[in-house]
Design a protein around this ligand. Structure first.
Ligand SMILES: N[C@@H](CCC(=O)N[C@@H](CS)C(=O)NCC(=O)O)C(=O)O
Length: 201
């Protein structure tokens, strides 16, 4: 099956780490799409032109990183990554981590796709407030990481990794418990390093 993604994509990274943890990464044929120019050797099958997108051998399209992850988790029979008894709690944590990433992405896009004179400082501030409020929430709700992390933990780790990548890790000075949590995650989950966008420009 084909995974359309790009090395800097935090949502793509979430899928890749999940695939590694679930033991199905070798089933993925990863096709890189340049996220700023949208160029690729193959066309993104997602009509919204967002990544990640998964295309099965049958041609079936699966989009949205959480949906793709859930597909891979079921394929690998590794439902411990998204335990049924904690489904709503887990999906809420995943949605909150994704929301932080989305706010951070909007800040990146605001600077990338607008001329400097058009960049809206109020909009940037509004998105930054979401990032800070989301991090505050997680800082008070940390869960212990094992070598087999849950999907919500993968989601939080890639969010923090994205803030490191695009915002020079500024969050670390204020959110020291989260920073320590990410250090534990990195030590326990080797695919976090393997998929670090700073190693794959
Ligand atoms: N909710 C989606 C978000 C995907 C997303 O926003 N991906 C970004 C790259 S990380 C993208 O494709 N942006 C391009 C665009 O919005 O046109 C998911 O979880 O997969």
């Amino acid at each position: 099956m084909k995974l359309y993604s790009s090395p800097p994509s935090p949502f793509g990274r979430k899928v890749k780490i999940t695939a590694h943890v679930a033991g199905v990464f070798d089933k993925l044929d990863v096709i890189n799409i340049d996220s700023s120019t949208r160029t690729a050797t193959s066309k993104n099958p997602n009509p919204l032109d967002k990544i990640p997108a998964l295309e099965l051998k049958s041609g079936q399209l699966i989009v949205d990183s959480t949906v793709i992850c859930e597909y891979l988790i079921k394929l690998a029979n590794r439902t411990d990554l998204l335990p049924e008894c904690l489904r709503i709690e887990s999906l809420t944590r995943i949605a909150l981590a994704d929301g932080i990433t989305e706010a951070a992405l909007l800040m990146v896009y605001e600077r990338r796709f607008r001329k400097q004179s058009q960049v809206n400082a109020d909009w940037l501030h509004r998105q930054n407030q979401k990032v800070i409020a989301g991090l505050e929430w997680f800082n008070n709700q940390l869960t212990e990481v094992s070598s087999s992390p849950t999907l919500d933990q993968v989601g939080l780790a890639v969010t923090l990794g994205y803030l490191d990548f695009r915002f020079a890790g500024e969050w670390r000075a204020h959110f020291t418990d989260l920073a320590l949590w990410l250090t534990h995650f990195e030590q326990k989950v080797p695919s976090f390093q393997l998929t670090d966008p700073q190693n794959h420009p």
